[in-house]
Design a protein around this ligand. Structure first.
Ligand code: ADP
Length: 644
């Protein structure tokens, strides 16, 4: 006797309701992906059972062969995807099929524009999973029983994909989950075995479990002049290859298969940029299949960003997001590692201490860096273009590696690209981040002893920086760095291939041999002559400037600010402040151009000396991309001088 179970209504989490609306509207033009998403979930559910079953074999009940089955009912217009994986309890169903657990969901939602094409791409990046069923179905019923729970404690979840869903307790013999799609009229094409098989081969062939469908046979017409027809039998047949993709020989795998596999593990709708698939033998043996995505995930910089690879041990799925298998700065890489040596019961804690894992991480890092290197150095324009795309998306993350992975800093440095003022031998300046340290070195002037660079908030500020004037005059190239991380990262890279790296905004200009004797003499003379002026400026500006000195680095500007070799730059201070860290702000050094008319005017005009001195200081600050400490005071002084 069964007591009548209660039917409960629940509302979707607000984000889910919003996502559902978008999914059905934006992905309408690419409906077939629903099957890949649902098969992918079914496969994950079986992986989870296999993993839990390692310690609790009773979870298999009496049904040890994991599989996915697809059936349809033409009369009822339903398509059903069934797995005998881990299953869901009622509480699981309410939680997992009613909320989105992913990090950065809110942030992601706020990026949506309401414009179909852009949103479809964004959603692709986010991954819609289960909810994609609503592209083709106007109602979804999920029936499920969690492995190991009584048959009377199964759940039915029903929703039309608008604001709410219902759940009730049901009786279900079979372990695992059936997702029953009540197809919209316009998607009845999916009630057709041939079409479904095509889709499985296209999207889900790499799934390591068998995907089964009822066998169809041709039946001749019973009467003459009548057409024959396909009839469905009761016999199951496997419609995919059912072997884990990474275990197959490379030569047997097509690009499309790699791409589909990537989409399966990454939930990304875009094709990967590149991949590397290898069987590594040696002290520890494993298979690595690593993908470089085309686009950075929206949560790459979130603390909760899930990074790492899927870990398998001898084909048994062990865990997602095994972050120990990659360094942090390669957290955007997706893929699978299948180890032959790790124990099946390996835990995250164990991974931390394992020497095998350390070897795998190093092997993965080497492989990714060499894959990037070959893209970057390729003669093939398409490959170079790929590298440029990669760099635009992930260049800033890669730079973290200079600090994190000192052992590979040299390799990483070879992969870095910057905008530049253009070298002595290359007439064009490069506004895009395409210039490498190696190219810079090859184009250095005779007698040049350092690689010069400038860090700034953005390219416009960098390009117009007064600090560049002497470099322009002498035709010396300067790399322009505008990623927020650049300055910090370069603390960890002091030289490239034996040549020191030198910031043009730190310390006095040191052009080494490029500075001729005459210039040195002129500087000495100016220093002597302008000593009283410098002292007076120092006195007037003592609250703002650490010191004042004469410079030869300026041509067109009256002054600029520099900081001492060992002090934090304004950009670094800004970065620390954004991270919530309080750091003391060092006073800058004011360098003045003895040849400039404004500086000469300082010498002559006693009455406006103080105003002019402050204006020159504030302008140097503005040229550096900063705001004067007292903007209103600055304007007042400028206006007084203009009218004066
Ligand atoms: P994702 O798979 O990216 O986590 P989905 O929206 O596709 O997101 O699924 C949400 C959750 O619902 C899954 O993480 C899983 O816990 C659960 N789920 C979905 N499909 C199944 C299934 N066939 N069997 C068991 N659990 C499932």
């Amino acid at each position: 006797m069964s007591k009548k179970s209660k039917n409960h209504t629940h509302s979707f989490q607000a984000e889910v309701a919003q996502l559902l609306h978008l999914v059905t509207h934006s992905l309408y033009s690419n409906p077939e992906i629903f099957l890949r998403e649902l098969v992918s979930n079914a496969s994950d559910a079986c992986d989870k059972l296999r993993f839990e079953g390692l310690n609790q074999p009773e979870l298999y009940e009496s049904d040890p062969d994991l599989r996915i089955q697809i059936t349809f009912d033409k009369a009822a217009k339903t398509l059903t995807i069934t797995d005998n994986g881990i299953g869901l309890t009622e509480a699981d169903a309410i939680e997992h099929l009613g909320t989105i657990a992913k990090s950065g969901t809110k942030e992601f939602m706020s990026k949506l524009t309401g414009e179909q094409k852009t949103d479809a791409q964004l959603i692709g990046q986010f991954g819609v999973g289960f909810y994609s069923g609503f592209i083709v179905a106007d109602k979804i019923t999920v029936e499920s029983r969690r492995a190991g729970t009584p048959t009377t404690e199964a759940v039915r979840w029903v929703s039309d994909g608008t604001g709410a869903f219902t759940t009730e307790t049901i009786t279900r013999e079979a372990r695992g989950t059936s997702v029953i799609l009540h197809l919209r009229n316009e998607f009845e094409q999916y009630l057709n075995a041939w079409d479904i098989k095509q889709l499985i081969r296209k999207y889900s062939d790499h799934i390591s479990l068998p995907i089964e469908m009822k066998k169809e046979v041709w039946q001749d017409a019973k009467e003459e002049n009548q057409p024959g027809e396909m009839v469905t039998t009761d016999e199951w047949e496997t419609v995919n290859s059912a072997s884990a993709l990474w275990t197959r020989p490379k030569k047997d795998i097509t690009d499309e298969q790699y791409q589909e596999f990537y989409k399966h593990i990454s939930h990304d709708f875009k094709e990967p940029l590149a991949w590397a698939h290898n069987r590594v033998e040696g002290a520890t043996e494993y298979t690595q299949l690593l993908f470089i995505p085309t686009q950075a995930p929206h949560d790459l910089y979130y603390r909760e960003h899930k990074s790492g690879l899927k870990l398998y041990v001898k084909r048994v799925f062990i865990m997602d997001d095994a972050e120990q298998l990659l360094p942090q700065y390669l957290r955007f890489i997706k893929g699978v590692i299948d180890s032959s040596d790790l124990p099946l019961n390996v835990s995250r804690e164990l991974l931390q201490e394992s020497r095998d894992v350390k070897a795998i991480r190093e092997g993965n890092t080497r492989r990714i860096l060499s894959t990037l290197e070959s893209l970057a150095n390729s003669d093939d324009a398409a490959e170079q273009d790929k590298y440029a795309k990669f760099y635009a998306e992930f260049g800033a993350v890669l730079k973290e590696g200079l600090a994190e992975d000192a052992g590979n800093a040299e390799k990483i440095a070879k992969l870095l690209r910057y905008a530049s003022t253009g070298g002595a031998n290359s007439a064009n300046s490069t506004d895009t981040q395409t210039r490498s340290f190696a190219q810079y070195k090859a184009d250095m002037k005779d007698g040049q002893e350092a690689i010069y660079y400038l860090t700034a908030e953005n390219l416009a500020t960098a390009k117009n920086s007064p600090q560049l004037e002497v470099f322009h005059k002498k035709g010396i190239e300067v790399l322009l760095m505008t990623d927020r991380i650049d300055e910090w990262a370069l603390n960890y890279l002091t030289e490239f291939d034996g040549t020191p790296l030198r910031s043009v905004t730190k310390g006095a200009v040191d052009l080494g041999k490029l500075q001729d004797e005459e210039e040195k003499k002129a500087l000495d003379e100016a220093n002597e002559q302008l000593k009283p002026l410098v002292e007076k400026l120092q006195e007037v500006l003592k609250d703002s400037a650490k010191s004042v000195r004469i410079t030869t680095r300026l041509v067109d500007s009256p002054a600029c600010l520099v900081i001492d070799e060992n002090e934090l730059s304004p950009q670094m201070i800004k970065m620390f402040k954004q991270m919530g860290q309080d750091v003391p702000e060092p006073k800058p050094i004011l360098e003045i151009n003895p040849e400039h008319a404004l500086v000469k005017r300082l010498e002559k005009n006693e009455s406006e000396f103080a105003d002019l001195a402050h204006v020159i200081f504030d302008q140097a600050k503005i040229a550096d991309g900063q705001i004067p400490a007292d903007p209103a005071g600055y304007l007042k002084r400028v206006n007084a001088l203009l009218l004066g």
